[in-house]
Ligand binder design. Structure first.
Ligand SMILES: *Cc1c(COP(=O)(O)O)cnc(C)c1O
Length: 370
């Protein structure tokens, strides 16, 4: 690792979270690994969740599904989002299941030929994103796809307020139940729960749960999950500034006293957005304020006591939770971890051993003559 900024993912803890949630819901688990497993590395997280008993993997797009296939994953894989009917041959060839999400898509799929395509019908029960809003249009598309030779593998919906509004969740579930009953088809996969619903919502209709953010220990209701991810950087330079000196672009911070300022190699291009100015990170037992603007590649931090260059700094992890950081930034944990960019080295703990994955493009440029 040349640039000492890294995200640690403890895959043993991810696996533990799968086992915990599976035991709580008592259903099959569809691990949602979209967006490179929320920035944590989909092929690594896939290995962990599958060993821990996940039964299927879900992603958001054809690209993400193919990346997992290219890495050798042969099990069930479902695209939750929208696909183009033009990609149906690719989906069939690679045994990728996809969402049947609109009448227009179903017509285009039937028209171009979709025999053998595995489909999970999407019911829109209130999110108003994708899916069929009423039973009649759902049934029409279902019949069309079935006649065209699709394998009707599943039916699902998505809750929009499982973390905040349980009455809304009940109403959405009722809509879903009515859709499943209306089609009256023995779907192998029936699923409605996201992470939060997985641990509290009990229903007799669904037979699988979709687990995303709780793989990383984040849950509104379940507090026994493990926290697998931490983000670290390193104090690379320490300097003393005099009272009245300013720090960084725009000179937005003025030292009130003689202060000790550390510079660390992490910035907004790593996903540490500029709104982090004024927040605190953990250095050698102290919470230290990010002073001045967050630069593209670096931050300056006011130290509470001098530490040597080379000291590790925690951005989030054992001392600063992602939830706290999200609250302070007026966002959600998902956004924080998804934004950690590809430039940040990932280190993985797996079966108690540490594996460091260097930046993918660095490896490539070392391997090829440009
Ligand atoms: C992202 C997503 C999930 C996972 O949600 P979490 O809150 O992370 O568990 C489940 N289902 C669908 C349709 C999604 O888009």
């Amino acid at each position: 690792m040349y640039r000492t900024t890294w995200m640690e993912v403890d895959l043993d803890k991810v696996a533990e979270n799968v086992r915990t949630c599976k035991a709580i819901c008592g259903k099959r688990i569809i691990a949602v690994l979209k967006a490179d497993a929320y920035g944590c590395g989909d092929s690594h997280v896939a290995k962990a969740v599958l060993e821990a008993g996940a039964d299927m993997i879900a992603v958001s797009s054809v690209d993400e599904a193919l990346m997992l296939r290219n890495e050798g994953y042969e099990g069930g894989i479902l695209i939750l989002g929208m696909t183009s009917a033009d990609d149906i041959p690719t989906l069939i060839e690679n045994n990728i299941s996809t969402a049947g999400y609109s009448a227009q898509w179903a017509e285009a799929a039937a028209a171009r030929g979709c025999a053998g395509l595995k489909v999970h019908m999407k019911v829109d029960t209130g999110m108003n994103r994708i899916g069929f809003k009423d039973n009649e249009s759902l049934k029409q598309a279902f019949d069309l796809l079935q006649k065209a030779g699709c394998v009707m593998e599943g039916i699902f919906t998505h809750f929009c307020c499982a973390d905040t509004d349980l009455e809304m969740t009940d109403r959405q579930y009722e809509r879903f139940r009515s859709a499943v009953e209306y089609l009256n088809y023995p779907f192998p996969w029936i699923h409605c729960d996201n992470s939060d619903a997985t641990v509290f919502f009990k229903d007799p209709v669904s037979n699988a749960c979709r687990l995303g953010i709780s793989l990383y220990g984040i849950s509104t209701y379940e507090k026994s999950l493990a926290y697998p991810i931490s983000l670290y950087s390193t104090v690379m330079m320490v300097k003393h500034v005099k009272a009245g000196e300013t720090i960084g672009y725009g000179a937005t911070y003025t030292a009130k006293d003689d202060e000790i300022i550390a510079t660390l190699p992490i910035g907004y291009a790593d996903g540490l957005i500029r709104a982090n100015q004024g927040r605190k990170i953990w250095i050698d037992g102290q919470l230290c304020e990010i002073t001045g603007r967050v630069c593209m590649d670096q931050i300056m931090v006011r130290l509470e006591k001098e530490v040597p260059a080379g000291t590790t700094a925690e951005i989030f992890g054992p001392h600063i939770s992602i939830e706290t950081m999200a609250d302070e930034l007026h966002t959600i944990p998902y956004e924080i971890i998804c934004l950690i960019s590809g430039r940040v080295t990932r280190t993985y703990l797996w079966h108690g051993k540490q594996v460091t994955e260097e930046n993918a493009r660095l490896l490539k440029s070392e391997a090829t003559d440009i």
